[in-house]
Design a protein around this ligand. Structure first.
Ligand code: NAD
Length: 394
């Protein structure tokens, strides 16, 4: 029996694991945590909308079948020539590998950025953001330092915009809890490009900008962060902004393990794959999700999204089965469903199958995509269980 190893239980790895389980093919999944968390929703608990519990699910709850072996370990290296990977707790060998270790933050070499900024990447970092802001609001009573109430979010892609939308609704509640004058709060979103949300069309960008501005976010485009110090952001214009909370959402690159192992990668560290999602270097390794450089119809690598990772995770299992049986594999074709961004709890913007969506409609559509993912993982019972946990915390 061939040994199939899946690395990572994000959207790609977990979609593959669920499908392996359905196909009754034995596999081992290695993940840093015992749970999967909903990366696309992390702005919600970071911005105080809910507690953290609803945003993750234990792998043992989803992968209950006898086919699944769950190993908690953090992968530190890959040795493709020896068909093994190195974890913190030991080595794991394989005949076939599905690599789905996601992304890493891209700091673009900006001095001080990595050392002095918070990131929104995991449940832990979401908790860090929330408690850091709360601690500063609490401390404001003692020293009245205005930089405690100033929050800078670097980058107005989907992560930055969704986080700002959420924080804009949360901060007034925090202000009243700590008796902070809410007219002293400043939430600043800095974007180097001329527009926010470059993946959406101009009308949707304008809608998003208007919603954020009406919620009190200072959105500043054409403002490039060039240096970050302790409690200070410096812009290309020379302006310095003094803020105790600096959050970086300026971009991602692939998890570095592939380039470190000598895989042929693009400049963002993503391993080049063929039309079947196999690494161009090692046909026994499939690379999916944010670490995969898959060339789309326009000749450019597809951008990393949860939607893409999920579809790759599903497809890769068909190809793995075909490979194991010596049958022809199928080309991967990305079925782009659209992009949705929430701006706070009630409204959003986006496009779905080429149609513009905004306001409550976009927000509900985002809820529907969350429900679809939960049903895929654990059926209606998981959806019902999670829905009970999603109760607003303010
Ligand atoms: P991103 O790369 O999409 O956006 C980063 C933004 O930061 C860009 O607009 C960029 O111009 C800006 N930026 C970069 N350097 C800067 C600087 N020095 N100063 C100021 N601004 C700077 O990153 P993201 O938003 O984290 O998204 C990463 C990936 O995850 C994307 O592919 C995205 O589509 C996906 N994602 C999807 C969702 C969703 O579907 N709702 C949510 C979050 C992320």
């Amino acid at each position: 029996m061939s040994k199939v190893l899946i690395l990572g239980a994000g959207y790609g790895g977990l979609a593959a694991a669920v499908k392996m389980q359905k196909a009754k093919i034995p596999f081992t999944i290695v993940n840093k945590h015992s749970y999967h968390y909903f990366t696309t929703l992390l702005h919600e608990p970071a911005g105080g909308r809910n507690d953290f519990e609803p945003y993750s699910v234990e792998l043992s709850e989803v992968l209950k079948g006898p086919e699944a072996t769950i190993v908690k370990d953090e992968i530190k290296g890959i040795k493709p020539a020896e068909k093994k990977v190195i974890g913190k707790n030991g080595e794991h060998s394989y005949d076939y590998l599905i690599y789905a270790l996601g992304n890493a933050p891209e700091f673009f070499g900006i001095p001080g950025l990595q050392e002095h900024s918070l990131l929104l990447r995991s449940l832990e970092t979401a908790k860090e953001i929330r408690s850091h802001i709360e601690e500063n609001f609490a401390a404001y009573a003692a020293d009245k330092d205005p930089s405690r109430l100033r929050i800078v979010v670097g980058g107005a892609g989907l992560t930055g915009v969704e986080l700002c939308g959420e924080l804009a609704e949360y901060l007034p509640h925090l202000a009243s809890k700590y008796r902070v004058p809410d007219n002293k709060i400043e939430l600043i979103n800095l974007e180097a490009a001329p527009t926010i949300l470059p993946m959406l069309d101009q009308r949707l960008q304008e809608t998003a900008l208007e919603v954020l501005t009406n919620k009190g976010v200072q959105v500043r485009t054409n403002e490039k962060i060039v240096r970050v110090g302790e409690n200070e952001v410096e812009l290309a214009t020379g302006e310095k902004i003094n803020a105790r909370t600096i959050i970086w959402t300026g971009g991602v690159r692939a998890n570095p393990l592939l380039s470190e192992a000598g895989f042929d990668c693009d400049p963002r560290g993503r391993a080049k794959v063929n039309e079947f999602l196999q690494s161009v270097d090692y046909p026994d390794i499939f690379v999916i999700g944010d670490s995969s450089c898959f060339i789309g119809e326009d000749g450019r690598p597809l951008p990393p999204t949860a939607q893409l990772a999920g579809q790759m995770g599903d497809h890769v299992v068909d190809n793995l089965q075909a490979l194991m049986k010596g049958e022809p594999m199928k080309k991967f074709v990305f079925n782009y469903m659209g992009t949705l961004a929430s701006i706070g709890a009630e409204v959003g913007v986006g496009n779905v199958k080429g149609f513009r969506a905004k306001g409550v409609t976009a927000s509900l559509m985002k809820e529907a995509s969350k429900a679809k993912w939960l049903i895929n993982l654990g059926g209606l019972s998981l959806l019902a269980k999670k829905n009970k946990q999603f109760t607003k915390s303010y």
